[in-house]
Design a protein around this ligand. Structure first.
Ligand code: AMP
Length: 382
């Protein structure tokens, strides 16, 4: 710590936490010379005899994910998820695997996946977390397409925003916020997960190498994070807007089949995802706000939670649905709205479609009677 008189004192992370209990800051496990020390400090060792593995529920990067009861002496039996590290691992893999636990162990919030503990003194090495009955949010939504009320969907988004507010208050930047990294429990409570390698994103199939060598899930990532790796809570807000879009469209893939390069170019040219089908206008406005090019203009998680709370308290604010003239089927819209663009630039429908890499649909538009951008702007989803 550097004191105000310029002198510095050496301290330990433990000291920091004890001395300043009100200031909750996340401590990067990288600050530990020995990563095992971070695991020791932030996690609780569980004796493997308290855990029963019942069945496999998924495949993680390092091994199977199972579930079963955890029976700690003197505590109520608890259903848990058990991540295992497969045999034959290297020391580096063991470190990477336990990395997630030493991050998760620092968090304590109802919308962040809770770490129960780790098993490191016997093999296989395990990470024990609370069990989330409905699995990851993207698959859950796809399985239940159209089944929830708007208020239920807003409740899910509110939970995710609240978890993200906590993380940003802690000074933790997630970098890989996406519906696939949110888990859902039996009461529809959504919790942020996947703290694994959020700094390098090696374990996310969506992450692709950029020209600068970093691995980034392009469709979910803010332009400044793609362009010069400026990952901040404001770039997490951009990703949050994409998660809102995934929720309102029941797990649809953002930007559909467009290539990553086309997504980058379209976003750079101010095009954004259109409002999902039957999406309340107020929610679409919030998404669009999260996708402001200038990151300081994006709302903070704090503001997002407050706004979503307002919507929940006053559901009539969600009655008005996205104007279907703004919703040109699966085509992107310009951030300043489609109409503005049509009149200002004197473009043809062909030019416009070309500019968003949809030129191949020009003929279809002409055949359908959409020969001018004015008529396109008045198009309805039917
Ligand atoms: P992960 O390695 O964290 O991406 O986990 C792989 C898969 O296992 C996830 O996509 C989920 O389907 C499942 N899974 C992971 N953690 C949990 C959990 N706590 N509760 C239920 N399912 C989980």
């Amino acid at each position: 710590i550097i004191l105000h008189n310029g002198k510095s004192i050496k301290t330990t992370n433990q000291f920091l936490m004890l001395k300043f209990p009100g200031v909750r800051t996340y401590i990067d496990p990288l600050t530990y010379e020995d990563p095992n020390q971070a695991v020791h400090e932030f996690t609780q060792e569980i004796d493997v005899s308290f855990i029963s593995i019942e069945r496999i529920i998924g495949a993680g990067e390092f091994g199977e994910v199972c579930c079963g009861p955890l029976r700690l002496p003197g505590k109520r039996e608890l259903q848990v998820a058990i991540k295992t590290l497969k045999a034959g691992y290297t020391e580096q893999q063991r470190r990477d695997f336990l990395w997630e636990a030493s991050i998760m162990g620092q968090f304590n919030h109802p919308n962040i996946i809770r770490l129960e503990g780790v098993v490191t003194k016997s093999k296989p090495v395990m990470i024990i977390t609370e069990y989330m009955e409905n699995g990851s949010l993207d698959t859950f939504l796809k399985k239940n397409d159209g089944q929830f009320t708007v208020i239920q969907l807003v409740g899910m988004m509110r939970g995710i925003a609240s978890g993200m507010r906590y993380l940003s208050d802690m000074g933790y930047v997630h970098r890989d916020l996406a519906a696939r990294n949110i888990l859902v429990n039996g009461n529809l409570v959504c919790k942020v997960s996947d703290f694994g390698l959020s700094r390098v994103l090696e374990d996310d199939a969506e992450a692709t190498y950029t020209t600068r060598g970093g691995k980034i899930p392009i469709r979910w990532t803010a332009p400044e994070a793609i362009a010069f790796r400026k990952f901040t809570s404001a770039s997490d807000v951009w990703s949050y807007g994409i998660v809102m879009w995934e929720v309102m469209s029941y797990g649809e893939r953002p930007y559909w089949e467009m290539s990553n390069q086309d997504v980058i170019k379209a976003v750079e040219e101010s095009y954004r995802l259109p409002g999902p089908m039957d999406c309340p206008e107020a929610l679409y406005h919030l998404m669009m706000d999260c996708w402001q090019r200038e990151r300081t203009n994006r709302p903070k998680f704090d503001e997002i939670v407050c706004l979503l709370d307002k919507f929940i308290r006053n559901p009539s604010s969600l009655k008005k649905l996205v104007n279907s003239s703004h919703r040109v089927s699966n085509l992107l819209v310009e951030h300043a709205s489609v109409e503005g663009d049509c009149s200002s630039r004197n473009q043809t429908v062909g030019d416009w479609l070309d500019s968003i890499k949809m030129g191949r649909y020009t003929e279809l538009f002409m055949e359908g009677g959409y020969a001018s951008l004015e008529t396109v702007a008045q198009m309805t989803s039917e």
